[in-house]
Design a protein around this ligand. Structure first.
Ligand code: PXG
Length: 479
């Protein structure tokens, strides 16, 4: 169904309804689309193009399934936006929010006050996070988490009397959010192009993307080591006395589920320690069970100084972000006077109550353990069995319940399509039409389903993905 933007202004609003829910139910898909086009600017979207075709209107969800306003049932291979770890429709989270809203919907934590939900959440996070992480600072999103990381890093070095340590090193094709700090830390060229003002003293090194960027006969391990050693070269170029931190996602999520070989993170850690540089793990996607560990840095075997968290912290039911501080960083912050940073909603009671309910589900229902020992290995094996010799799949990356499928013109020669982004979009649209949500990042197809997914539902995702990828190959004339 399509319509033109200029028709939108003449759409009649629906009759006033007794309550908001009834009003929602009264609108047709066409009415929703028209109103959306008339008044809503979507994130990261070409609104002119979107308004001409219209958005898919998602009206409800349960478990791993979504329903749109035409009644289509869609399996969600992306857990919303990498966040609905406990799946949709968990009453425990709704109850926690409801109860907290009646008890204490808001109070701040600025002026010598605190409240039970933020206390419970902090204690629970200290229990679930690796041993040296016992202190947490709260915000509303992953982007704010990384802004907070920068504030903590700078304050930390000031407390150590090392005021020249200002530079933060991150990676091209990393994603750290869309505030000015998050966008600058990230290495997305198309974002930087629209950001004439950036945060100072942030520089980027190359990413550990073997399939796309390795040259010659390097093994994945040799390539990953070489990419990690770019950090050392960059530190020496800037001067270790001027470098404050390195930040990276343990695996790049939005950048294409890029899993570095096992040599990468130990080398990054060695370099950070050698030059006295804080190591920040952005766990906004990797945290809370995605790889089968509570945190993705545990999967890769390194120990960060700071951890950025969001998404799975509340399974996306309400917005919340946090930064976990290693004891040595926390000690410096605690013992050195005011830290002049905070947000109205730092530690929001409703968000904190939902986070506690969410983390207890992940823990008590052994959801993270199941990802590690059961559903994760099943998912990874199923993908490899299904796509190992597929004519347009060049690489399958991932662990636990996250995966990237590299589309390629010649998989064996590691030859990518020259118009890879278009091929990804074709494939994404086949998925969409087949009622599977799968994300395309350029020429990589991504999966990150809710962590409560069962094996039958995994089979459904993989078979729908296969149909879409087969259809893509067919459209390209490859078989
Ligand atoms: N760090 C990482 C690693 C992320 O993936 C953020 C920070 C920022 O979080 P907020 O809550 O501010 O969005 C993210 C967010 C995509 C997509 O299309 C990924 C994210 C956000 C929006 C879209 O893959 N990741």
């Amino acid at each position: 169904m399509s319509y033109r933007t200029e028709e939108v202004a003449y759409v009649q609003p629906a009759q006033p309804a007794a309550n908001a829910q009834a009003a929602q139910q009264q609108r047709t898909t066409a009415e929703y689309r028209a109103l959306d086009a008339a008044h809503h600017i979507h994130p990261f979207s070409d609104m002119g193009a979107l308004n001409r075709t219209g958005s898919r209107v998602i009206v409800k969800a349960q478990g791993v399934y979504l329903w749109d306003s035409d009644g289509n049932k869609v399996i969600d291979g992306m857990a919303g936006l990498w966040c609905v770890n406990v799946g949709y429709g968990r009453k425990e989270l709704a109850d926690a929010a409801y109860k907290q809203m009646l008890e204490l919907p808001f109070y701040n934590t600025f002026f010598k006050t605190t409240h039970p939900p933020v206390i419970e959440l902090s204690a629970l996070l200290a229990e679930l996070a690796p041993e040296p992480f016992n202190h947490f600072f709260y915000c509303n999103s992953g982007s704010e988490g990384n802004d907070t990381v920068l504030r903590i890093v700078h304050h930390y070095w000031a407390t150590q009397g090392k005021h020249s340590k200002k530079f933060v090193i991150s990676r091209k094709n990393g994603y750290h959010g869309s505030t000015i700090a998050g966008g600058t830390l990230g290495g997305m060229g198309y974002m930087h192009e629209q950001m004439p003002s950036k945060v100072e003293n942030i520089v980027h090194i190359d990413q550990p993307y073997f399939f796309g960027e390795a040259e010659g006969n390097l093994t994945p391990e040799e390539f990953a080591l070489a990419r990690a050693q770019q950090l050392e070269a960059k530190i020496l170029e800037i001067g270790a006395d001027n470098v404050a931190a390195f930040i990276g996602e343990p695996f790049q999520g939005a950048g294409g589920v890029i899993f570095p070989a096992s040599t990468y993170w130990p080398e990054i850690q060695r370099i950070c320690r050698k030059y006295d540089i804080l190591l920040v793990a952005d766990e906004v996607i990797g945290g809370f069970g995605r790889t089968g560990e509570w945190f993705a840095h545990q999967h890769f075997g390194f120990e960060p100084d700071l951890i950025t968290m969001a998404k799975g912290l509340t399974s996306g039911y309400v917005p919340m972000g946090a930064v976990g501080l290693h004891d040595r960083v926390a000690k410096a912050i605690i013992e050195n006077g005011d830290f002049n940073h905070g947000l109205t909603y730092s530690g929001h009671p409703v968000a904190a109550a939902v986070a506690v309910a969410n983390l207890k589900l992940l823990r008590d229902e052994k959801i993270v353990e199941r990802v590690k020992t059961d559903t994760g290995p099943y998912f990874q094996q199923k993908l490899r069995d299904t796509f190992a010799n597929h004519p347009i799949i060049g690489e399958i990356s991932g662990a636990g319940l996250v995966a990237g499928l590299q589309l390629a013109e010649d998989p064996k020669a590691r030859k990518r399509f020259t118009n890879g982004g278009d091929v990804g979009t074709i494939c994404r649209d086949f998925c969409f039409n087949g009622n599977l949500i799968m994300r395309a990042t350029g020429d990589r197809m991504l999966l990150s389903p809710p962590l409560v997914i069962n094996k039958l539902e995994i089979d459904e995702i993989v078979s729908k993905a296969k149909k879409a990828i087969d259809a893509t190959a067919q459209q390209l004339g490859i078989s």
